[in-house]
Design a protein around this ligand. Structure first.
Ligand code: THU
Length: 139
């Protein structure tokens, strides 16, 4: 089942990677999200001359999914590379982990990170234990 997920998300992320806009860090990242509807969404890191205005690939992919109507995500695959196209390991940053938390059950969301050794498969719970999510706000 995980192999099917990887077969679905990996080509989408690798295809998107060429669109990463990283003229400052030269660290290119792409992510592919599987929404609950079964549709796949991609995102890349988009940097800015005003550095903090840039955004990570993971958040870009998740916000893309949400903009297209998804309320829940089931999996996210992340890949990175350097300027020469050499695979770079890119586990998601803390802010992106928190954004994943907003749209997924931490025990169910699969976070797949590509590396030169293959794929690492986590649940969001592994990466963000005892997390703060929407159900904690009684509003
Ligand atoms: N980056 C991501 O896109 N995802 C991560 O999880 C970590 C970092 C991007 C942000 C910035 O454009 C570049 O990688 C270097 O930090």
């Amino acid at each position: 089942k995980d192999s099917l997920l990887i077969e679905t998300l990996k080509p989408a992320a690798i295809f998107a990677l060429k669109n990463s806009n990283a003229p400052y860090s030269h660290f290119h990242v792409a992510a592919a999200v599987l929404g609950a509807s079964g549709r796949v969404y991609t995102g890349v890191n988009v940097e800015n001359a005003s550095y903090p205005a840039g955004i990570c690939a993971e958040r870009n992919a998740i916000f893309h999914a949400v903009a297209e109507g998804e309320k829940e995500i089931e999996a996210i695959l992340i890949t990175g590379c350097d300027e020469e196209g050499k695979q770079a390991y890119c586990p998601p940053c803390g802010v992106c982990r928190q954004v994943m938390r907003e749209f997924a059950d931490p025990k169910k969301l699969k976070v797949i990170v590509l590396s030169e050794e293959g794929e690492k498969i986590y649940t969001l719970e592994d990466l963000l234990p005892d997390s703060f999510g929407p159900e904690k706000l009684q509003v």
